[in-house]
Ligand binder design. Structure first.
Ligand code: ATP
Ligand code: MG
Length: 190
């Protein structure tokens, strides 16, 4: 069993490999459920391939002939009594409107629920690894919302690369501060 943030890392890496320009990671959390959606505008998958993609032996990897990212994400949510879905439009049939959305609903009350884990590290690893992509992250929690859009950041940074170590550290702090607010932690006194 692993943290859901590692599943999110796997699924978002599929979006990077699919040549996405924009990847949206959306988390919606209530006291009882966690909904995760990863959406990209990459090359997409043809219907026959898509139908088989939750099978571990479906992969376009050349280094090994099993692909586990999608089957493990599906298993993790279904083990909690939740649901998995993947929708895709391939670039050949949908030249202007292609991409993939992978989503999963988790029941946090299940004994088989693995915690979300370190989603901030997942995001910084993704951004650092693919700074050319527009990453849009939202996490809605019962106590508030956490948001990051790398396009907005790029504008503010005026040319400093997103992969610069200090920028990466700043992103992690920026997210952490928002989580402190959304989790109801009091603001530090000045
Ligand atoms: N967002 C996506 N866009 C386009 N193709 C995708 C996307 N996600 C998955 N695929 C295709 O589905 C295959 C299976 O994905 P999966 O994540 O299960 O395994 P993998 O990426 O091949 O290997 P692993 O995740 O174990 O490194 C991929 O090889 C890729 O061809
Ligand atoms: Mg994968």
């Amino acid at each position: 069993m692993k943290e859901i943030s590692l599943n999110i890392l796997d699924i978002a890496q599929n979006s990077v490999k699919a040549g996405a320009e924009t990847v949206r990671i959306e988390l919606k959390e209530t006291t009882e459920t966690l909904f995760v959606s990863i959406s990209d505008d990459g090359c997409g998958m043809k219907p026959d391939f898509l139908a088989a993609v939750t099978d571990p032996f479906t992969t376009t990897r050349t280094t090994r002939n099993v692909g586990l990212g999608i089957p493990l994400f599906k298993l993790a949510c279904e083990q909690t009594g939740g649901e998995f879905s993947i929708v895709s439009r391939d670039s050949e049939n949908f030249p202007t409107d292609h991409g993939t959305t992978t989503s999963a609903l988790f029941y946090k009350t299940s004994i088989d629920y693995t915690p979300l884990g370190d989603v901030i590290s997942t995001l910084t690893v993704l951004i650092q690894g693919a700074p050319e992509i527009r990453w849009v992250f939202t996490h809605t929690l019962p106590g508030g919302e956490v948001r990051l859009d790398t396009d907005e950041l790029k504008e503010a940074l005026g040319g400093v690369p997103l992969s610069h170590p200090e920028v990466v550290a700043w992103i992690a702090d920026y997210l952490k501060e928002q989580y402190d607010g959304a989790n109801g932690n009091p603001c530090p006194s000045i």
